[in-house]
Write a protein that binds this ligand. Structure first.
Ligand SMILES: C[S@@+](CC[C@H](N)C(=O)[O-])C[C@H]1O[C@@H](n2cnc3c(N)ncnc32)[C@H](O)[C@@H]1O
Length: 446
């Protein structure tokens, strides 16, 4: 009879398998970790093991180039080309030893066990044991030896450096090593909620929790619908409309509804357009908890042509999401330069359509969570160049006191994960976001 697996083995095997899917087959983690449609091996695990797998995956992906550099320095002969399964076992074990609060001996034993159980890797079990034991013994020195290795893939580091310069690019790369803080958008009384929940009011008006471990739905105010989780940078675009009380605003690309909720809370009549049925359902249930309402429309926005033009439109377009790597460290391993080109073209098309949906004099707030100028500043410049009836409304430099660095010379918003550090007052960082406010001129035939 086969021996039952050692405790924790299934979790490590699943982590190694999913790391392989991310880095070899560019499969995003979100789908594989979905509580209903996710990877079967993951869904078979207990809740505690699922949490462990997520922690291992996020940590491995956050530090991958450094882990790989350390392993390469310990293996005298490079692993055979086809030994990808072995590579994944090693990186997952190394992530635990180097960065997680898991006993080293357990990470080593379970990696050796994994190698022994896989006929492709059995002959390498001795190597796995020797490499990981040495890694455990020499951990401090090895970590110091890779401090200069960027934690981001080369292709992305090159793009960041070209866009932001070497110094800022390095700061952004360092910021993505730190897991994101929890930010809340509150319906009212941010100071009161910051005091109740143990947090700080950020310059943008969001509340950042000082520390969080546990379950969001159990926090005070969740059930009553007094706030929702939304990164501070993601909460900026909806605030750029100014007073929208009584106006009809369309939130295009709206699910899961963080920005729809902000617009509704600001007193607008909101139409939320979204092409994904399941995501629209999530938006509806989020709004129900918050006791806010919006008309929801399931449609591809390119087919959406309302009878009456809107007073304003918010377009949070599908993008490369390279500003969200603190929460989604798989993004840089599942997307590449071609995706950025494709998504920039799609966003331009969506923006040009969105501009046809507002009344003369109406505002269009365009935003996304990409750090790449081709999806932000350059895209806006291209649209403005051949759309004379549309102009850029600059956001004043003092709009968010304490966050002037996020407003560029033209008055567009550009946040990066290296911003909102609070000088140690609260946990630092924010998502990378781009936002611009466009306005259609009064005299237009469009
Ligand atoms: C970045 S997310 C939006 C996040 C949302 N604005 C929020 O704050 O919660 C982009 C959304 O756009 C939707 N989407 C993508 N292309 C679309 C299209 N052509 N028409 C309508 N929705 C689209 C996606 O399904 C996804 O839900």
């Amino acid at each position: 009879m086969a021996e039952p697996p050692k405790p924790g083995l299934e979790a490590r095997m699943t982590a190694a398998k999913l790391i392989g899917a991310v880095i070899d087959r560019k499969t995003p983690l979100d789908g594989m970790l979905d509580a209903t449609g996710g990877n079967p091996a993951y869904l078979k695990l207990t809740d505690a093991d699922r949490g462990l797998v997520r922690a291992i995956l996020n940590t491995t992906l956050r530090h991958l180039p450094r882990i790989e550099a350390i392993l390469a320095s310990l293996v005298s002969n490079p692993l055979p080309e086809g030994a990808r399964a072995l590579h994944h076992v090693l990186v997952v074990a190394a992530a635990q030893i180097l960065y997680l609060d898991i006993p080293d001996h357990s990470a080593v034993d379970l990696a050796v066990e994994q190698a022994n159980r896989d006929p492709r890797n059995r002959r390498f079990a001795g190597l796995v044991n020797a490499v990981l034991r040495r890694l455990s013994r020499e951990k401090e020195g090895l970590l110091a030896s890779v401090e200069q290795v960027s934690p981001m893939p080369d292709w992305f580091m090159k793009r960041l450096t070209a866009a932001y310069g070497a110094e800022e690019a390095a700061q952004i790369a360092a910021a993505q090593l730190v897991p994101a803080a929890i930010d809340l958008t509150v319906k009212s009384d941010p100071q009161g909620w910051a005091e109740k929940l143990g947090g700080h009011v950020l310059p943008t008006g969001s509340v950042r929790l000082n520390a969080f471990a546990g379950s969001i739905p159990e926090l005070e105010g969740f059930e009553a619908g007094e706030w929702w989780v939304q990164d501070a940078a993601a909460a900026i675009p909806a605030r750029l409309f100014g007073d929208i009380s009584g106006q009809h605003i369309a939130d295009l690309c709206s699910a899961p509804g963080g920005k729809t909720a902000q617009l509704a809370q600001a007193g607008a009549r909101v139409t939320a357009v979204e092409q994904s049925k399941s995501r629209l359902k999530r938006l509806e249930s989020n709004l129900a908890r918050l006791k806010l309402s919006a008309e929801s429309v399931e449609a591809n926005l390119l087919d959406h042509r309302p009878d009456t033009l809107y007073d304003g439109v918010l377009l949070d377009a599908p993008c490369s999401s390279t500003g969200t790597t603190r929460r989604h460290p798989d993004v840089l391993w599942t997307k590449g330069p071609d995706d950025i080109v494709r998504l920039a073209a799609l966003q331009e098309k969506l923006l040009r359509h969105a501009l046809t949906l507002v009344k003369p004099g109406g505002k269009v707030v365009f935003c996304n969570c990409s750090l790449d100028p081709s999806e932000g500043e350059e895209l806006i410049a291209r649209v403005l160049a051949d759309t004379p009836e549309v102009s850029l409304l600059p956001v004043p430099a003092s709009y968010f006191p304490g966050l002037q660095a996020a407003i560029n010379a033209r008055g567009e918003i550009r946040t990066t994960p290296a911003m909102l550090t609070g000088d140690g007052e609260y946990p630092g960082g924010t998502d990378g976001f781009f936002a611009a406010v466009l306005q259609k001129s009064i005299e237009t035939n469009h």
